[in-house]
Write a protein that binds this ligand. Structure first.
Ligand code: G
Ligand code: G
Ligand code: MN
Length: 492
């Protein structure tokens, strides 16, 4: 006997042979065990994404071979954020049980030929042959009802929100990877829009592509411009925030004007863009940090320039508010940036207010407290933006050195007709008073709202009724007009 190199092989002893046989069967068992581990999720016993890839390919081949164009729908079911928080905060046996039960609930709805996979911890994928349109809607009704049922443990109920995206084979893509991608985009849209279900449509793909393009162009704009030249593309608008001295018939008396700086992007190809389109992307990529730094400096320079032109004195000197995004706020140097912007322009700290959302305040209360104390030490004022939309506990507000609360415009919109909103807002007004905080109503669009809020004791107002956000010159013109009219603004 010769081996592959042609060298003679010495005969094997019986002992060696039986050793090799044992070794061989041990390896075969091990491979089978590894295959099982790779192909079945331990928590649910359902096939994993390895099996999905194989079986999706097989399903497509089968439909192609038989020429059956009825096809199938591919569903991606994702358990929402609250699953992640259950996992973080409760015993792991509870989150494992929720996964197991979710798998069982979905399986109970399946018919012969349907397939289910447990692809990632919080994700299930279904292949449903010939179930589209009305038939799919019917299935979804039952699926959503099943998934919405709370999970009951001794003593408490946990409701887990699920978002499902779907794509159709062959309509949305012929290839395995294409229809997985389409279903994933639909699931992403469902999560983003907080919907239980989204069916893929080409527009979603365009939006996803646009999002990536926008992201790239922010990177490019920031990289190529450098922080000094961001003003070529980005600009600040100023929305008046007024504090009233009286409310009359058809006019309001103004005691003092401040403004909130709001960023706008003059995109070379896409034109004028509002912050909602790019701030979240800038946050995701971390580009909010250089952009935010530019913003703070820009505000300080603008104020200093107005001071130098003698345009900011209206009883007391103009104050500008800057929005700090969560990531900016968490970064160690937010207070340093503000300190050096103040130092380089010679402005007093109380000329700037930072607006923070409730959620970013309460993310890490201990760290928040330290950062806010640094702002306070600079004299910078601290305002809580969009108040009422987060889950912060009112009783914790007093732990932070706050100056101002801005009531979210959701509560202001229907103040004249919605009794519940009225009750909420009036209690916010008394809490703010009790804590010695300035209160500002956001998104004021109707004169009736001003009257109601004024009667409750609210003095600060911001919204389209008073003025839209304005370019720098427009804001100065607004201030000049209010002064010329004897510190009054007509409203109707
Ligand atoms: O300006 P309005 O036009 O569309 O702003 C929408 C949202 O974008 C608001 O929630 C506002 O707080 C946020 N925003 C506006 N300007 C800035 C900014 O300069 N920095 C940050 N972080 N957010 C901003
Ligand atoms: O979340 P923040 O408060 O920072 O948001 C300010 C945002 O609110 C800006 O987008 C601004 O354009 C918008 N805004 C300001 N006043 C009004 C208003 O009266 N109505 C509506 N719908 N939006 C407003
Ligand atoms: Mn704001």
């Amino acid at each position: 006997m010769k081996d592959i190199d042609g060298e003679p092989v010495s005969a094997l002893a019986d002992g060696d042979i039986s050793h090799l046989r044992n070794e061989n069967s041990r390896l075969i068992n091990r491979v089978a065990q590894l295959e099982r581990m790779l192909s079945l999720q331990p928590q649910t016993g359902l096939p994993t994404h390895f099996r999905l890839e194989l079986e999706l390919e097989e399903t497509i081949d089968e439909f192609r071979r038989t020429g059956d164009r009825g096809g199938f729908s591919l569903l991606i079911v994702q358990l929402g954020d609250n699953y992640a928080s259950v996992r973080k905060t409760l015993k792991s046996s509870i989150s494992e049980w929720i996964l197991y039960e979710t798998g069982c609930r979905i399986q109970s709805l399946l018919e012969p030929g349907d397939k289910i996979f447990h692809t990632h911890e919080n994700e299930f994928v279904l292949i449903l042959p010939r179930r589209k349109g009305k038939a799919l809607e019917e299935f979804l009704r039952r699926l959503i009802a099943q998934l919405d049922e709370p999970h009951i443990f001794s003593g408490f109920n946990i409701a887990i929100k699920a978002a499902t995206g779907a794509s159709y084979w062959p309509e949305h893509g012929e290839e395995r990877s294409a229809i997985l991608h389409r279903a994933d985009i639909a699931a992403g849209a469902a999560v983003e829009e907080r919907k239980s279900f989204v069916l893929f449509k080409p527009e979603l793909l365009r939006r996803a592509v646009e999002k990536v393009e926008l992201q790239n162009s922010i990177v490019k704009a920031l990289e190529s411009a450098g922080i000094e030249n961001l003003g070529d593309q980005f600009t600040l608008y100023y929305q008046p925030k007024v504090f009233l001295s009286s409310v009359g018939e058809g006019f309001i008396g103004v005691e003092r004007i401040e403004a909130e700086a709001l960023i706008r992007w003059m995109h070379p190809q896409k034109g004028f863009l509002g912050p909602d389109t790019f701030i979240p992307l800038a946050e995701e990529t971390g580009l909010i940090l250089p952009l935010g730094k530019w913003l703070i400096y820009q505000c300080a320079r603008r104020l200093a320039a107005w001071d130098a032109e003698g345009r900011t004195s209206m009883g007391i000197s103009l104050n500008l508010s800057v929005n700090l995004s969560a990531r900016q706020f968490r970064s160690q140097d937010a207070a340093d940036i503000i300190a050096s912007a103040l130092a380089s322009t010679g402005l007093a700290g109380n000329r700037l207010t930072v607006e923070l959302t409730e959620t970013s305040l309460f993310e890490d209360p201990e760290a928040t407290k330290l950062t806010l104390e640094r702002f306070s030490a600079l004299g910078v004022k601290i305002s809580v933006d969009d108040f009422g939309t987060g889950y912060s506990s009112l009783s914790h507000l007093h732990r932070f050195p706050l100056d101002e609360i801005k009531i979210d415009r959701l509560f202001i919109e229907n103040l004249d007709s919605n009794h519940q909103d009225k009750i909420i807002v009036s209690s916010l007004v008394s809490i703010a008073k009790g804590l010695g905080l300035t209160l500002v109503a956001e998104g004021v669009e109707k004169p009736e709202a001003i009257k109601i809020l004024w009667d409750m004791g609210c003095r600060g107002f911001q919204g389209f009724l008073i003025s839209k956000p304005l370019p720098a010159e427009g804001f100065m013109a607004f201030c000049d007009k209010v002064k010329a009219d004897g510190m009054r603004i007509r409203i109707e």
